[in-house]
Design a protein around this ligand. Structure first.
Ligand SMILES: NC(=O)c1ccc[n+]([C@@H]2O[C@H](COP(=O)([O-])OP(=O)(O)OC[C@H]3O[C@@H](n4cnc5c(N)ncnc54)[C@H](OP(=O)(O)O)[C@@H]3O)[C@@H](O)[C@H]2O)c1
Length: 277
């Protein structure tokens, strides 16, 4: 990964931080896209101490805010022309918390986990294309369900945090396939992965304690297990030219969320919701 530039969203904790550590150890030039810059700087220092990574830049990104994503892209472009790997990882799960919206009035889970991936990718595409062959890795989940393309923001259904999260993770897969279709032949590969169920991270901080306890007994997956496939997808020569695939534990698996009409419908909705004019 020497001389390769990698943007990782949500790199201050959990799986994103572990991915950053893994790619830092391989000598990548890291851009940590974090909503808490002080925490990002702390993470950067830790990565520097624990790996041989020298070039780590921390840039502010609130993935829930389109304004912030646009500002991030502007700051990125000021410093860099090329990007080799984009890892869309930052996500949240409202668990037992009630429905909430961002400054743009969009339900927070959808804004962060879906529009966050969509808009950042759109805004960094020129840098990824300039670096082709380059890679986009969308961190999705096996925990994917409750997809309703006519009610993506839970305006008609009662809001349930876990359902909004599961829907957003299904959307991450649909978007990956729609994106891959658009990027065919461009040299920018776009694939999705899951860290596997479950890795004990801050993702479940708002979930009912009973659920968290049950999840903990269900799995002994470590952070390293959760990050391994994304690190491999970012760095392995095996993945050169590979696009439009879903990976679990370094294995390509079938994805039940493949439906061209649904993918395109979601794409259009994301375009509409991120349009500025
Ligand atoms: N853990 C699992 O079992 C599991 C399973 C399948 C998939 N995943 C996926 O793995 C990815 C990472 O999750 P995780 O388990 O590592 O969770 P985590 O420990 O909660 O980490 C999430 C990261 O995203 C950041 N983040 C959240 N909202 C953000 C925002 N609005 N703007 C910028 N950054 C934001 C967090 O920043 P702060 O530190 O500031 O909160 C944190 O760095 C997610 O895409 C998740 O869906 C996890």
């Amino acid at each position: 990964m020497k001389n390769k530039r990698v943007v990782i969203t949500g790199a201050t904790s959990g799986i994103g931080k572990e991915i950053a550590l893994g790619l830092g150890a391989q000598g990548a030039n890291l851009v940590l896209a974090c909503r808490d810059v002080a925490q990002g700087e702390k993470t950067a220092r830790e990565i520097q101490e624990r790996t041989r990574a020298k070039n780590i830049v921390v840039l502010h990104l609130d993935a829930a805010s389109q304004k912030s994503i646009r500002e991030f892209a502007k700051q990125f472009r000021k410093q860099f022309r090329r990007l080799d790997v984009l890892i869309n990882n930052a996500a949240m799960n409202r668990g037992a918390l009630p429905r909430a919206t961002n400054a743009e009035g969009i339900e927070l889970t959808f804004a962060t986990n879906v529009l966050g991936y969509f808009l950042l990718t759109q805004l960094l595409l020129d840098a990824l294309t300039a670096s082709a062959p380059s890679r986009i890795i969308n961190v999705a989940s096996e925990f994917a369900s409750d997809l309703d393309l006519d009610d993506l923001q839970f305006e008609r259904r009662p809001f349930v945090g876990a359902k909004a999260y599961a829907q957003s993770k299904a959307c991450d897969r649909l978007l990956t396939w729609a994106m891959a279709r658009r990027l065919k032949g461009s040299g920018v590969g776009v694939n999705a992965m899951t860290p596997g169920l479950v890795v004990d991270t801050g993702l479940y901080r708002h979930s009912p304690p009973g659920l968290v306890a049950r999840l903990r007994t269900y799995s002994d997956r470590t952070l390293a297990d959760g990050a391994d496939t994304a690190i491999w997808m970012a760095s392995s020569a095996e993945l050169e030219g590979v696009t439009n695939k879903f990976f679990v534990d370094r294995k390509q698996v079938a994805c039940e969320f493949r439906n061209r009409a649904a993918e395109e419908k979601l794409w259009r909705i994301c375009e509409q919701l991120t349009r500025t004019t």
